[in-house]
Design a protein around this ligand. Structure first.
Ligand code: AMP
Length: 114
């Protein structure tokens, strides 16, 4: 989608600190990190949110979680704990309308979240 900033990052048209990229998914540093480690993993396919996932996207979900695990290992946070989340709709905090999973670590996570 032309006016989607995450599509533009995936297509290399907008700068981001890319951590991983292949034909299906892209991972990059969050521009406004909320923890010492905070990165995002997105499908290249434009989906508005997790609620647009279809049965045909099962592999994509596996892939996204696999990439999160591998980057978490590389960053040395996989053992101590990683908060993985996706916001659906503005009321939950979604501000970019291209499906993305946050992965946060490197500090103690609180529950409940704000
Ligand atoms: P959400 O509010 O759950 O939709 O998350 C959107 C996330 O995208 C926020 O954590 C932002 O800091 C992050 N973000 C927005 N624009 C960019 C960008 N150009 N590069 C990297 N991260 C971004």
């Amino acid at each position: 989608m032309e006016d989607c900033i995450f599509c533009r990052i995936a297509q290399g048209e907008m700068d981001a600190k890319i951590l991983y990229s292949d034909e299906e998914v892209v991972a990059f540093q969050d521009i406004n990190p909320q923890a010492p480690v905070h990165f995002l993993v997105i499908p290249r396919k434009h989906l508005h949110s997790a609620f647009q996932l279809g049965e045909e996207d099962q592999h994509l979900l596996y892939k996204i979680f696999h990439v999160i695990r591998e980057i978490s290992r590389e960053k040395g946070i996989d053992q101590e704990g990683v908060r993985i989340l996706t916001n659906v709709a503005p009321g939950a905090g979604q501000s970019v309308f291209h499906l993305h999973f946050h992965a946060l670590g490197g500090r103690r996570m609180l529950w409940p979240p704000g």
